[in-house]
Design a protein around this ligand. Structure first.
Ligand code: COA
Length: 263
């Protein structure tokens, strides 16, 4: 069904694998369209509770396909803008996916590849991964990825790495918050991703979606009366919800909640 990605759903885990290794998984209009459609499919499929973004080949993702970007430069302004919006919307779709998302990062991540990692809720990478926000080197700006990258690493490090376009290591990515966990090799990567996925699968699916909404509603906001009231409303709703009632009852009755496979 897709040409440049692979998709798989198994035991509640959806996996989207970037599969354009001959171009280091650089995204052009086709890959962006496929990724967008697959993210939407995973987001709405009740059989998917966690989404993993993975890759084949030497790189996780070499960012935007520069042939595609160059082509877009010759389009009319309206067509050029349309292409940029499609990419921005794909990233937003991933960042706002109601299911928790995990980036399984092996190989280089450049430009938009850093954006993809930043859009995921949890990011785990191998020690040898190299990152770079190369856009300014190419006379461009890391525009559509910037909200996600700045949310992940903060304005201070965004200033350094967006302006220098220097390469930085996985250890540095870990230090500045782009990666949550560093592992030695791909075997350890699969194990670490598996542990995170298992932890996520233990949690209430509606609670996870509500928690993602909560984080984006509260993050970066001053502690105003509106924010405080909003948080009170959110817990009020959740504790009265079927999932909240079930989760609390299961704890008090010393049994597993109904979203965890029994036995
Ligand atoms: N867009 C289009 N093509 C790309 C690409 C991109 N972002 N990244 C890699 N490719 C292509 C190369 O042009 C090359 O094509 P060719 O075989 O026709 O010559 C092919 O993928 C292999 O890349 P190559 O550079 O030979 O491999 P490498 O292992 O030496 O280096 C990278 C891999 C990813 C480090 C390097 O290709 C690179 O720096 N890419 C640009 C990344 C970037 O700046 N992205 C941000 C864009 S905004």
């Amino acid at each position: 069904m897709y040409n440049n990605i692979l998709t798989e759903i198994d035991l509640g885990i959806g996996i989207i694998t970037l599969n354009r290794p001959e171009r280091h998984n650089a995204f052009d209009d086709v890959l962006i369209g496929e990724l967008s459609a697959a993210i939407e499919q995973m987001a709405t499929d009740p059989g998917v509770r966690v989404l993993v973004i993975s890759s084949t080949g030497k790189s996780f993702c070499a960012g935007a396909d520069l042939n595609w970007m160059k082509r877009a430069a010759s389009y009319s302004t309206a067509e050029n803008l349309h292409d940029s919006r499609v990419l921005a919307e794909m990233l937003r779709r991933l960042a706002q996916c109601p299911k928790p998302t995990v980036a399984r990062v092996q190989g280089a991540a450049y430009g938009g590849g850093v954006g993809l990692v930043a859009c995921c809720d949890v990011a785990i990478g191998t020690f040898d991964v190299q990152f770079s926000l190369t856009e300014v080197k190419l006379g461009l700006v890391p525009a559509v990825i910037s909200p996600h990258v700045i949310a992940a690493i903060g304005e201070r490090y965004a200033r350094r790495y967006m302006l220098t376009a220097e390469r930085f290591s996985a250890a540095e990515a870990y230090r500045i918050g782009l990666l949550h966990e560093l592992v030695t090799d791909v075997e350890a990567l699969d194990e670490a991703v598996g542990e995170i996925v298992d932890a996520l699968l233990n949690n209430g699916p509606f609670a996870l979606a509500a928690c993602k909404e909560l984080i984006s509603a509260v993050a970066w906001k001053p502690l105003s009366s509106e924010v405080v009231e909003d948080t009170a409303l959110r817990i009020t709703r959740m504790r009265a919800s079927p999932e909240g009632r079930e989760g609390m009852s299961a704890f008090l009755e010393k049994r597993k909640p109904n979203w965890i496979a029994q036995g």
